[in-house]
Design a protein around this ligand. Structure first.
Ligand SMILES: NC(=O)C1=CN([C@@H]2O[C@H](COP(=O)(O)OP(=O)(O)OC[C@H]3O[C@@H](n4cnc5c(N)ncnc54)[C@H](O)[C@@H]3O)[C@@H](O)[C@H]2O)C=CC1
Ligand SMILES: O=C(O)C1=N[C@H](C(=O)O)C[C@H](O)C1
Length: 276
């Protein structure tokens, strides 16, 4: 691994460096000749703070020391790639905007207030946020919207998501993206029709509802089904992430894409040129 300085390529800071996605992102940045790693951040008290991030990951030194000081780290960056936790991401959005760095946000489980705070920061800098950075899932949102628009309420829509047993939020960010796409296709607001938890005597399923189910088991990286079921047929659209590198590759693409964009809140459809 190497973090060679080349000032013509965007410098990237990875937050949550020790995490599942943080480590994948560091490997992806180090393997790219289009960006360079200029910082690695984790939370105060983490035992990686003060260590070379390459060594902390079990490899050779890369010349980047893990810090818990976001201000110091972001000052050197053209982009911050952030897959951490909601409270951290809201703080980082303000600090990345102050540093005029592109902020790529993969963190899920954000509340409406968190998103409003992030959108305020986007008045001053480029922020790209998506619950799933893979090409496949972003295409799936377009397919979902199209199918939902074509089928009437005789078809029940259910989003089923499968993740590893360490995931802390539900429904997944991806499931919510897919639910939003289905609701948009139907011309309704997701909040009005979402059915996010069934337990006990729930009554029969509401017509026009969009249901969510979350499986948490083992090491599953991320799988999503969107089911359209009538009394006589069933259509299932499915995405399977085989490897976390799909999310990291998408995030890196977003960091590079954002370099010459005007301040604002963007998503992966913007990055992929798929927004209508
Ligand atoms: N949008 C996408 O494509 C994807 C999004 N995710 C999301 O990314 C997030 C992280 O996922 P994982 O890497 O699996 O979790 P993880 O738990 O393995 O890693 C989270 C990391 O954030 C760090 N962290 C937490 N608070 C912090 C703070 N205040 N300052 C600095 N670092 C802090 C933790 O120490 C840890 O290193 C989750 O919200 C997950 O849903 C995950 C995969 C793909
Ligand atoms: O936590 C995860 O692991 C993942 N989170 C994202 C989500 O909430 O949809 C994306 C991916 O499915 C993996």
């Amino acid at each position: 691994m190497s973090a060679e300085a080349n000032t013509t390529t965007p410098g990237i800071v990875i937050t949550g460096a020790s995490g599942r996605m943080g480590q994948m992102l560091i490997r992806t940045v180090l393997a790219s000749d289009r960006v360079r790693l200029v910082g690695a951040l984790d939370r105060s008290g983490h035992d990686w703070i003060g260590r070379d991030v390459g060594e902390a990951m079990g490899g050779s030194a890369v010349g980047v020391t893990v810090t818990d000081d976001p201000l110091e780290a972001f000052a050197k960056a053209q982009a911050v790639i952030d897959f951490t936790a909601p409270s951290a991401t809201v703080e980082f959005a303000g600090l990345a905007a102050q540093a005029r760095a592109v902020h790529v946000i993969g963190t899920t489980g954000l509340s409406a207030d968190d998103i409003a705070a992030i959108n305020r920061a986007a008045h001053h800098a480029v922020i790209v946020r998506a619950g799933n950075m893979s090409l496949g899932v972003n295409l799936l949102t377009l397919l979902t919207k199209k199918v939902a628009a074509a089928l009437d309420a005789d078809f029940d829509i259910e989003v089923i998501e499968y993740h590893h047993n360490r995931k802390v939020d539900a429904p997944s960010g991806t499931a919510l993206m897919l639910g939003e796409a289905a609701a948009e296709g139907r011309g309704v607001t997701l909040e009005d029709v979402a059915d996010r938890g069934r337990d006990g005597i729930t009554g029969a399923r509401g017509s026009g509802h969009i249901g969510f189910s979350a499986i948490r088991a083992g090491a599953i990286i991320g799988e999503h089904d969107v089911m359209f079921a009538s009394q006589s047929e069933r259509l299932i659209l499915r995405h399977v992430a085989e490897d976390r590198s799909v999310f990291a590759t998408g995030a890196l693409k977003a960091a590079i894409w954002g370099q010459d964009k005007a301040p604002g809140a963007y998503n992966m459809l913007d990055v992929l040129g798929l927004n209508d």
